[in-house]
Write a protein that binds this ligand. Structure first.
Ligand code: FDA
Length: 349
């Protein structure tokens, strides 16, 4: 920041804290001033909750995506709205030893016709992936497959997808009201096809019990922290508790993997401390780097993705596409409100 009429430069350093907040001057010389600002986590929680609220607001969902600056800002997290944009990035990642997963954005469709269109999209994607010989999997939201219209609607469409490929078809985990039905669909399809995987969320208090129930099915499981606005009755609200639960689940599943009872274990996180903990636990259990996997979202922690891959770890990047990106994008902003800066920058000429 230049102060008008002078050549003096000011720099502001922002840090997040769970104890204090305030601001002050670290250094003030003739040429440069360095300020600090501590932002209290509760301010962040408020911002996070507002973004999660916005993610479910139909008024904003209708209007904000039309704003050019919002569309430009999404580029950071998705290469484009078309599947061909995904392919381009997946090919680029492949040259760096990184595999990919893709997902068509959208949730809670309004009719079974929409669920059929989603199914058609994924079936085409699977055909293209096969033709190109890409190491790419698909990850699907249960409500995209028609879950709001009945468990059987989503189950039959998931089964059709699993039958169309030999690679794993992942089932995303959505808001807590869907967890029981998602587990039912997953276990039912798993009885007919081996190639389905499930995402579980460490912020949900019930997840260790769910994992105990499904792990014996020789399952492929992706652990994430969880991205929805959940009440304290069902989910931990404190980051420390969510992180501890993530570590505990990692330990449980990697132990299962080492004993041969769990299929693939995928750690869906960008958090350096979760990545470090997983590596420590795996090494204590005698697991090699390629016996578990890391997954990250397109555009986040790119350097860490490359570092893990070059260290011999299996890394997969989830690349999203489609026009229904608004709720998903709001959840990405909520995960790291500092990302709002990228949106604000798009307002500049
Ligand atoms: P956390 O949010 O604590 O962030 C740790 C650090 O990572 C941050 O300090 C920052 O450096 C970086 N970071 C995290 N998010 C960022 C962002 N958006 N932008 C920039 N930097 C960021 N959720 C869900 O509920 N159901 C699901 O099915 C899935 N599926 C899924 C698949 C994959 C492959 C991934 C990676 C994530 C999901 N998620 C998900 C989202 C998940 O629940 C979670 O919200 C995000 O991964 C963020 O949590 P982290 O573990 O990265 O840690």
């Amino acid at each position: 920041m230049s102060i008008p009429g002078t050549t003096k430069v000011g720099v502001s350093i922002v840090a997040y804290t769970d104890r204090k907040w305030g601001s002050g001057v670290l250094l003030d010389t003739e040429d440069v001033s360095i300020y600090f600002r501590l932002i209290y986590y509760d301010t962040l929680s408020m911002l996070r909750n507002s973004l999660l609220w916005a993610s479910t607001n139909p008024f904003l969902a209708e209007r904000l995506p039309k704003a050019r600056f919002v569309r430009r800002a999404t580029k950071r997290f998705m290469p484009g709205e078309e599947f061909r944009d995904v392919i381009k990035e997946a090919e680029r990642l492949r040259t760096k030893g990184i595999a990919s997963t893709t997902t068509l954005l959208g949730e809670n469709n309004n009719s079974l016709k929409e669920a059929d269109a989603v199914l058609g999209h994924y079936l085409t994607d699977l055909r293209v992936i096969d033709e190109l010989g890409l190491d790419m999997e698909v990850s699907v939201k249960p409500t995209q497959l028609g879950l709001d219209f009945g468990v059987e609607e989503a189950r039959s469409r998931l089964l059709e997808l699993a039958e169309a490929t030999d690679s794993i078809v992942w089932l995303d985990m959505e808001a807590s009201e869907y967890v029981d039905r998602t587990l039912d669909i997953f276990m039912s399809v798993k009885e007919q096809r081996h190639n389905v995987g499930l995402c579980v969320q460490s912020y949900l208090k019930r997840t260790p019990d769910d994992v105990a129930r499904i792990a014996s099915y020789d399952c492929s499981i992706r652990i994430v922290k969880g991205a929805y606005n959940e009440p304290e009755s069902v989910a931990f609200s404190n980051k420390k508790d969510v992180d501890q639960a993530f570590e505990d689940l990692t330990a449980t599943l990697l132990r299962g993997r080492a004993q041969g009872g769990v299929g693939r274990v995928v750690l869906g996180t960008h958090d350096p401390s979760m990545i470090g903990a997983a590596k420590r636990i795996a090494s204590d259990l005698g697991l090699k780097e390629d016996q578990y996997e890391f997954a990250m979202l397109f555009g986040i922690q790119r350097r860490e993705q490359l570092r893990l891959a070059s260290d011999g770890h299996k890394v997969r990047v989830l690349i999203s596409y489609g026009s229904a990106w608004f709720p998903w994008y709001m959840r990405r902003l909520a995960e790291r409100p500092a990302n709002l800066w990228f949106v604000a920058k798009q307002l500049l000429p």
